[in-house]
Design a protein around this ligand. Structure first.
Ligand code: DX5
Ligand code: ZN
Length: 218
């Protein structure tokens, strides 16, 4: 039986009180913490990097689910591994030698995720799928929190679930962007099992929101 997990995205938290925001979602039962690293090149905005993640590591036992929205992520994998990332997810669109990048993440003892932008076809990961621990399907164009879920991604989740199950794999399917309490059940039903939620968790009472998500995922 696959596990359904919640990965609150820190991008929507209050950056002046990160430790407190993290404690809230951890105590409420969130299993993963989604950390969005943006370089101002692969995506238009710049978020945060290693020093922030390194500091947060001391405050949390959650699985650090690091989403690298950066060009040529190979340059930084050693550092992200050393500061306590548990899952390193790279964008297929940002890697020239995706297979090599996945191998490198595994050599560093970390779980390897591959992210696909909404317009990127699943065929990009066809051959590497057995090597990947998690596929992240973007359900918004990456770069900003608080955007609207793109409806066609639900069919893409279904197609990926069929691909994973059809090949007898255990690959996690994560969905990121515009996931809310209103649509999480349909995302789950389509076959995703790791839900990223930024604004839907941190806008309002984060602990209450986490509990409400976990109820829908149980
Ligand atoms: C977008 C990021 C997301 C973002 C999700 O580029 O990868 O993780 O923080 O935020 P919401 O849930 O608000 O769409
Ligand atoms: Zn993300």
């Amino acid at each position: 039986m696959r596990k359904n997990l919640l990965s609150p995205s820190l991008l929507a938290a209050d950056f002046s009180r990160l430790a407190e925001d993290i404690r809230n979602v951890e105590e409420a039962g969130a299993q993963y913490l989604h950390l969005d690293v943006m370089d101002g090149a692969f995506v238009p905005s710049i978020s945060f990097g290693m020093p922030v993640i390194q500091s947060l590591r001391k405050n949390s036992n959650m699985t650090f689910d690091v989403h690298l929205m950066i060009e040529d992520p190979d340059r930084y994998l050693d550092e992200f591994a050393a500061i306590g990332a548990d899952i390193l997810t790279v964008h297929a669109e940002a890697c020239t030698h995706l297979d090599r990048t996945i191998q490198k993440i595994h050599q560093l003892g970390k779980k390897a995720g591959v992210a696909l932008n909404p317009a990127t076809p699943l065929s990009v990961i066809e051959w590497v799928l057995p090597e990947v621990d998690m596929v992240l399907l973007m359900s918004v164009n990456p770069g900003f929190g608080g955007q609207k879920y793109i409806p066609y991604v639900t069919d893409k989740i279904r197609a990926l679930r069929a691909m994973v199950d059809g090949r007898g794999l255990e690959t996690d399917i994560e969905v990121d962007g515009g996931v809310s309490l209103a649509n999480v059940s349909s995302v789950l039903e389509a076959g995703a099992n790791v839900m990223v939620a930024g604004s839907a968790v941190f806008r309002g009472d984060a602990a209450e929101n986490v509990k409400a998500f976990l109820e829908k995922l149980s």
